[in-house]
Design a protein around this ligand. Sequence first.
Ligand code: HEC
Length: 105
Amino acid sequence: MKLILTAAAASLLAVSFASPALAQGDGAVTYKTKCLMCHGADGQPTMAGKSLKAMPFKSPELISASNATLIASVTNGKGKMPAYAGKLSAGEIKDVVAYIRTLQK
Ligand code: HEC
């Protein structure tokens, strides 16, 4: 299990280093490379996301949560979700939260 997690972490790192386009702050690209594996293409959590207790982005709590709350959760982490401070810039986090809003429609 530890080996599998290490391999997964290594491939996540490889993705982030291989994607210079991320620096441009495109929320959709950030979402697809860093968030989709847990939150799913349409905001419905994947098996991995469900096992960590991620909620669908369309849940009433997350629709009514403020941008500031969601930005803080992504920046600092929440529950089993890792923190993205230092991995994504503040602008990238803002853009990815804006992209999540489009998945809530
Ligand atoms: C390893 C799986 C995983 C990844 C990758 C992941 N998340 Fe999460 N995310 C979770 C889990 C689990 C929760 C539920 C946390 C809780 O409420 O305990 C969550 C919750 C959230 C929430 C709701 C926060 C709140 O205040 O309730 C947002 C927004 C979110 N994630 C955005 C993102 C974004 C943006 C990314 C990519 C940069 C991302 N997540 C990557 C697992 C993940």
